[in-house]
Design a binder for this molecule. Structure first.
Ligand SMILES: [Zn+2]
Length: 307
């Protein structure tokens, strides 16, 4: 059986919000079977909580923000990406501010945090959303689509008119697995341009942004003295973001995802379009009598104690 997993014990970290620039405490707690991913704002009266759900995304300007039951949580995508990457199904995420800490701009700090305690198998099968027909959304020349595929495969294409980005790979194909995610995707950092920093700050965004949590470029090159972590770090970060945005479904997806110049907004539109077409997908799980394709097994946590 491919079973649901949660954390083996509670972990805690602290960091700065990218947009608000404030310190936030973040606690990840194990949660029972079929809880899904829950956010709880412990700084607000009555500590409101809500489950992740694509229609609860309210803001996709610079990050993915969710809002429900009087609580808003912004910049969820890198933590959600780590949960997708490690195949965590059930978790209670507590924070004492409006924004998930940016850490180093990638999902690797969350991956280390979770690997530190490991995952625990739970006594219920994982519930997958199996895509049955192509679903596509477009916005100008940008597009994103799901196609039926018995596994999880991602293709992402970017096209930036910038020398540093043009030297880097513009396309990435990924056959999703936990190992590939940890090794090839999780360390890719968010990126931005100096020319946008003034505008963002005037709008109260990116106040916590520094060269320690983003790749920053001027008109010609990367300003970070340490350079890039991967030759194609930019497109890898877009895949990292997409994995997090799509995991707001609350379940792993069996599909081929293909996107051109997509971002948080279009990723979310695609997910909402899928959820809104009941004939385009079905629930799937893998119990003991079902043969499990290797590409699906590699994307799931299968041991009793996974690290
Ligand atoms: Zn990102």
């Amino acid at each position: 059986m491919i079973s649901q997993h949660t954390l083996r014990s509670t972990v805690h970290t602290r960091g700065v919000g990218l947009h608000g620039g404030r310190k936030v405490n973040l606690t990840l707690r194990p949660a029972p079977v079929n809880t899904g991913i829950l956010f709880r704002r412990v700084d607000l009266p009555e500590k409101p909580e809500f489950q992740v759900e694509p229609h609860r995304v309210t803001d996709t300007r610079m990050c993915s923000a969710l809002e429900a039951n009087g609580a808003k949580v912004a910049t969820v995508e890198h933590l959600m990406s780590a949960l997708a990457g490690l195949a965590v199904d059930n978790l209670l995420i507590e924070l004492d501010g409006p924004e998930i800490p940016i850490m180093d701009g990638s999902s690797a700090p969350f991956v280390y945090l979770i690997q530190g305690v490991g995952l625990e198998a739970q006594a219920a099968p994982r519930r997958y959303m199996r895509v049955l027909r192509t679903v596509r959304v477009e916005d100008g020349d940008k597009w994103a689509e799901f196609r039926p595929y018995e596994g999880y495969r991602l293709a992402f294409h970017i096209d930036f008119d910038h020398p540093a980005l043009q030297q880097s790979g513009n396309t990435l194909h990924l056959e999703f697995s936990r190992a590939e995610y940890i090794r090839e995707i999780s360390r890719a950092r968010t990126f931005g341009f100096m020319r946008d920093v003034e505008y963002l700050r005037a709008h109260g965004l990116a106040l916590g942004g520094t060269l320690d949590n983003a790749i920053v470029m001027d008109e010609f090159s990367v300003l970070n003295t340490e350079g890039l972590r991967y030759a194609d770090e930019f497109v890898k970060h877009k895949v990292l973001d997409a994995l997090g945005d799509l995991y707001l479904a609350g379940h792993p997806i069996l599909a081929e995802f293909d996107a051109y110049k997509s971002g948080h907004g279009l990723n979310n539109q695609l997910l909402c379009a899928l959820m809104d077409q009941p004939e385009a997908w079905e629930w799937a799980s893998f119990t003991d009598k079902d043969p499990v394709p290797e590409v699906i097994r590699a994307g799931a946590a299968t041991g009793v104690l996974e690290r």
